[in-house]
Design a protein around this ligand. Structure first.
Ligand code: SAH
Length: 260
């Protein structure tokens, strides 16, 4: 089968790597049934290991119409569980209702940020995200302040998830090999920071605006939002976005919004 660049198709060649991704999902050891949604199953190298996880119902979301017939033939138990759509357009609730779910995949790299923003959007329902990303994105997800990778994605994700950089995968492990190295990351929702954010939309806006001009002092970078800097600790407006940790960003955005 010809791999399509437009769909970010780089298929894993080694089953043990796929098995390790599946094994990185932390499913509770209870009697309940767990819903796992795989994004971009391709020919099913990862799917085969998801299907044998105990007490698990697997859905797969695949945009390439050539693949579902192949997947169904290989895994008849996927009948009724293949969502033939662009994952960015899928309303997960249409398939899983209000049940919690785990998101997993060797993700198409061209839409990895959008997948992460979608996970953020569903954070109340997502129990965990385990995914393969290009290494640079994986580093950004997990980067802390002062690091050159630290940016919008780091702050927004770390405000809502515990992020773990799990392991790296070389380009040669894929067919065709991508131009970049890859790494697997795990995100687990955590409300430690979330509870302290007064206004989520405002928090997002503040973080984006601050990093839009990341070399500028916050006082200048945030000018367009017309905040009153007088209510902040005096040193804060003089720092640059990359010098603020998650709690600083929350304090910054909270300082402008009356708690509800
Ligand atoms: N998991 C497989 C394939 C990874 S390649 C493996 O490891 O071998 C990425 C997969 O995502 C491809 O199957 C591609 O067709 C699919 N894909 C790309 N864009 C998508 C989208 N917007 N929605 C759903 N699937 C997508």
């Amino acid at each position: 089968m010809r791999k399509l660049k437009a769909f970010g198709q780089h298929f894993l060649r080694h089953p043990p790597i796929a098995e390790r991704i599946a094994g990185s999902l932390q499913l509770p050891d209870d009697a309940g049934r767990h819903t796992v949604i795989e994004i971009g199953p391709g020919q099913g190298i990862l799917t085969q290991f998801l299907l044998v996880l105990p007490n698990t119902e697997v859905f797969v979301v695949e945009i390439d119409r050539r693949l579902p017939p192949y997947l169904l033939e290989r895994f008849p138990q996927l009948n009724g569980h293949i969502i033939e759509q662009d994952v960015l357009k899928v309303r997960f609730e249409d398939y899983v209702g209000t049940q919690p779910f785990w998101l997993v995949g060797n993700f198409p790299y061209n839409i990895s940020s959008q997948i992460l923003f979608k996970a953020l959007q569903y954070r109340q329902q997502v129990r965990q995200v385990v995914g393969m990303f290009q290494k640079e994105v994986a580093q950004r997800i997990a980067a802390g302040k002062g690091n050159k990778q630290y940016g919008i994605l780091s702050v927004l994700l770390q405000a809502y998830f515990k992020t773990e950089y799990l392991f790296e995968v070389s380009a040669g492990s894929f067919d065709p090999p991508p131009k970049v190295q890859s790494a697997v990351v795990r995100l687990t929702p955590s409300d430690a920071y979330e509870k302290t954010i007064h206004n989520h939309a405002h928090f997002t806006k503040t973080v984006k605006q601050a990093f839009n001009q990341r070399r500028k002092m916050l006082r200048n970078a945030l000018q367009p939002l017309q905040y009153n800097f007088d209510v902040l600790p005096p040193n804060l407006p003089q720092l640059r976005a990359e010098q603020l940790d998650i709690a600083d960003f929350i304090a910054l955005s909270n300082a402008f919004v009356a708690p509800v």
